[in-house]
Design a protein around this ligand. Structure first.
Ligand code: ZN
Length: 144
């Protein structure tokens, strides 16, 4: 993979389209996400809440959609949030994204400023990991 594979304007535009589908009656804080696989396939997600705050973050929706369709290698994630403010993934999402995509690039958008690009390991410098005791980790380099 190279940096040229990262089409930031396309990722932001796609995340903005997903943002329009957010269901956020509790928080009123809509989020749109797009997850790019290493093959360039895009999966969108938006946050989905019930009226009593049960719900799922946009980036987890995108990740779970991709995983449920058999994709396992991810390259980048872009997020757009209510009022054009930058919002990096929450702690739970950071952990999950790191587990499935330890070299993921995360793009946030703050209106009027250049997009910010982070590596997921920089957003979660000490992830929870069971190391060699974790059967998932020992199988990580094979197909999950
Ligand atoms: Zn989250």
């Amino acid at each position: 993979m190279t940096e040229s594979f990262l089409d930031i304007p396309l990722l932001i535009k796609t995340a903005e389209a997903a943002f329009q589908h957010a269901v956020a009656p509790s928080s009123g804080f809509r989020v749109g996400a797009v997850l790019q696989t290493e093959d360039g396939v895009l999966f969108t997600g938006c946050n989905i809440e019930s009226p009593v705050y049960l719900g799922m973050c946009a980036e987890r929706v995108a990740l779970f959609k991709a995983l449920s369709e058999g994709f396992r290698r991810f390259y980048a994630l872009a997020l757009v949030c209510e009022e054009g403010m930058a919002c990096p993934p929450c702690g739970t999402c950071r952990q999950l994204l790191w587990e499935f995509a330890p070299s993921l690039q995360v793009i946030t958008v703050d209106t009027g400023k250049p997009p910010q690009i982070y590596k997921i390991i920089d957003l979660l410098p000490i992830p929870f990991e069971r190391g060699e005791r974790d059967p998932f980790r020992t199988k990580k380099n094979s197909s999950i």
